[in-house]
Design a protein around this ligand. Structure first.
Ligand code: NDP
Length: 288
């Protein structure tokens, strides 16, 4: 193995620590701490784990965590009523509805109901539009975390060739928008892409968000490339990414591990977005 392992866990811990140092100044100015409301509907075990970690890390950063656990048979109207209540609650700066929602609830309707000013997940079309047009808004946490790791490793991304594998609204599309904004030359690949290895062979940066274990092979990658593996796949051998780590690590320059790469960055960026939301909502300037 020759690649540098990008330590997302350590980077995320540093980011959380920096966020925690900024909370007291906000509290002094606003007379309250930033608040994040997390809503979980049903008993999906992976979602329950995420919600627990989000609550714990929010409290550790000195912010208020409001957790709402609703039964799986909650109606859409009940969920929308809770979102309305959180939108109107001045102690709540950020609202996150944990996905996926049970099948009988229209996910888009719920995401649309969250006030864009409290949409710290960055999934509301208003925030997606702000990102696409270069306006200030909230950027989805996972691609934001990937961008931070890339900029930390590479400095300027200007002119670099990047391939994003995946075009979902929560990872692939915003990732491509962020890389474009950072002046990389971006190719977005998806399930209909012909000859993916052809594109990867020229890529200085690869972000894999596919959802297929060990999908990207080392032999497809450009020597020295920087690879960000977003995939979280549960297999009988534990959590694995979308990149075949063993073969990739002997070719590329740097790669994120799974676990311990992108995963911890997602929650750290959620806390960052919540801190930013709190400052905007309270009309307090953020000094960092
Ligand atoms: P989606 O299922 O929404 O999107 C997967 C994307 O991969 C689609 O755009 C799909 O293409 C594309 N794809 C599927 N098969 C292929 C193929 N053979 N070749 C090229 N592209 C393909 O997934 P998400 O974006 O939500 O998540 C992706 C991965 O990231 C998952 O493993 C998920 O668990 C993980 N994840 C991790 C997070 C973290 O915090 N680290 C947060 C969010 C997700 P098409 O559009 O054509 O169907």
């Amino acid at each position: 193995m020759t690649a540098e392992i990008i330590d997302g866990k350590a980077f995320a811990a540093g980011l959380r620590a920096r966020i925690a140092t900024l909370v007291p100044a906000f509290e002094a100015a606003a007379g309250r701490v930033p608040g994040l409301a997390v809503v979980l509907v049903g008993e999906d075990p992976a979602s329950a784990v995420y919600v627990r970690s989000k609550g714990k890390q929010t409290r550790e950063a000195g912010m208020a965590s409001f957790e709402h656990r609703l039964p799986a048979d909650t109606t859409q109207a009940e969920l929308l009523a809770l979102v309305d209540q959180l939108n109107a609650d001045a102690s709540v700066d950020g609202i996150l509805v944990q996905l996926p929602l049970p099948k009988h609830i229209d996910e888009q309707a719920v995401l649309l109901r969250i006030s864009p000013e409290k949409d710290v997940d960055g999934f509301h079309p208003v925030n997606a539009g702000r990102l696409a047009t270069g306006l200030e808004g909230f950027v989805p946490c996972t691609p934001l975390g990937c961008l931070m790791l890339l900029q930390d490793k590479l400095g300027s991304l200007s002119g670099l060739d990047a391939v994003v594998i995946g075009r979902s609204n929560i990872v692939g599309k915003p990732m491509a928008a962020l890389l474009t904004k950072a002046s990389a030359t971006v190719t977005v690949a998806h399930s209909r892409t012909r000859n993916l290895p052809h594109y990867l062979k020229h890529a200085d940066i690869v972000v894999a968000a596919v959802g297929i274990p060990h999908f990207v092979k080392g032999e497809w990658l450009k020597p020295g490339a920087t690879v960000i593996d977003v995939g979280i796949n549960r297999t009988e051998n534990g959590l694995v990414g979308d990149v075949d780590f063993e073969s990739a690590a002997s070719v590329v320059g740097a790669i994120t591990p799974v676990p311990g790469g992108v995963g911890p960055m997602t929650i750290a960026c959620l806390l960052r977005n919540t801190l930013v939301a709190a400052h905007r909502n309270a009309g307090v300037a953020l000094e960092a």
